[in-house]
Design a binder for this molecule. Structure first.
Ligand SMILES: C[S@@+](CC[C@H](N)C(=O)[O-])C[C@H]1O[C@@H](n2cnc3c(N)ncnc32)[C@H](O)[C@@H]1O
Length: 309
């Protein structure tokens, strides 16, 4: 692991205090997130994602299995999805929460004979996705909320989602919608963040870090991995793959945490930045400062999950 990442719980209180001196922590924790908050968060954070995360438009974590950050890691999930599609008889694919189109554009170019659709609720993302893909005939991006999918039953052979399902306010509804629009034998592949099993018995400071991280990313609360899988089972899905990839996102988290630590170094300057820049954007510094703590100390986890109908 990158030596420069700070994950020691003895350091966490110091950082929680710093955050509290700049942001109103209590207000963040008590905030209830709705669709408008998510859209505003992504509108406000657009430049940050482009210039500090991925200029090419990935809005997900790089997976670096060798422990060293490399932006090729933004394609790891896609290469694994490519392999899954490649060995099945897939004719139609749906991406949930397609963001700026990074994933579906990559895959649609690899499989010109397969029809790809992507939906998202953030207008700013959809505009970019449509602009980048106007020349790709087998790909269509439209507005859509995964709580209520605007597709007929059994419309798709394959559905995937990268770090978007964590925004679900009702996992039951989302999973039953995905089940409905997937064909029998079809697969739903997900890469996402969750709360770890045993979350309830974690120390208070770690629970606070978890809640602050989630709210700062405009997520109400990540689902607990075991509860979520139970809901998927009740919706009718069979679990095919469940792989803990928490370690593989640490290099990316470490890179981002370094930037956030610089922001929190001089609270006086940080407060000035907060006055002139959008709060929704600046709150990203909280999430990237704290997530290495929550991920390393097993409060959060990052999973690849493959479900079959
Ligand atoms: C972390 S970004 C990931 C984007 C893309 N999957 C990627 O890998 O680059 C999460 C995306 O989920 C979208 N999203 C959140 N809630 C949604 C919902 N209810 N329905 C559809 N998309 C949603 C957001 O607008 C955002 O574009």
């Amino acid at each position: 692991m990158n030596k420069e990442i700070i994950v020691d719980l003895n350091e966490l209180d110091k950082y929680l205090k710093k955050i509290n001196s700049i942001f109103l922590t209590k207000n963040i924790i008590n905030k209830n997130i709705d669709c408008d908050n998510i859209i505003n968060y992504y509108r406000a954070s657009s430049a940050l994602y482009k210039y500090l995360h991925s200029y090419d438009g990935a809005v997900h974590m790089a997976l670096n299995y060798d422990g060293i950050f490399n932006k090729k890691g933004y394609y790891t999930q896609l290469n694994e999805i490519f392999d899954l599609i490649n060995v099945s008889e897939v004719k139609s694919v749906l991406e949930l929460g397609c963001g700026k189109g990074f994933n579906s554009i990559f895959l649609a170019k690899k499989f010109p004979e397969i029809k790809f659709s992507g939906i998202d609720i953030t207008d700013k993302h959809l505009k970019i996705a449509k602009r980048k893909s106007h020349h790709i005939e087998n790909l269509k991006f439209t507005y859509g909320d995964f709580h209520k999918l605007d597709f007929e039953d059994s419309s798709f052979d394959f559905i995937f989602a990268l770090e978007s399902i964590c925004y679900a306010n009702d996992s039951r509804q989302v999973l039953s919608e995905i089940f409905r629009v997937l064909k029998n034998g079809g697969q739903f592949v997900l890469y996402d963040g969750f709360r770890q099993i045993g979350f309830e018995s974690l120390p208070d400071n770690l629970v606070q870090a978890v809640i602050l991280t989630e709210k700062s990313l405009a997520v109400n609360s990540f689902a607990k991995i075991d509860t979520w899988l139970e809901i998927a089972g009740k919706a009718g899905f069979k679990l095919k793959v469940k792989t803990d990839l928490s370690k593989a996102i640490m290099p990316n988290l470490g890179k981002l945490q370094l930037l956030a630590r610089k922001y929190f170094e001089f609270p006086f300057l940080s407060k000035i930045f907060l006055q002139i820049l959008p709060q929704d954007m600046m709150m990203n510094t909280i999430a990237v400062l704290l997530m290495p703590f929550t991920m390393h100390n097993k409060a959060h986890c990052y999973y690849k999950i493959v479900l079959e109908k």
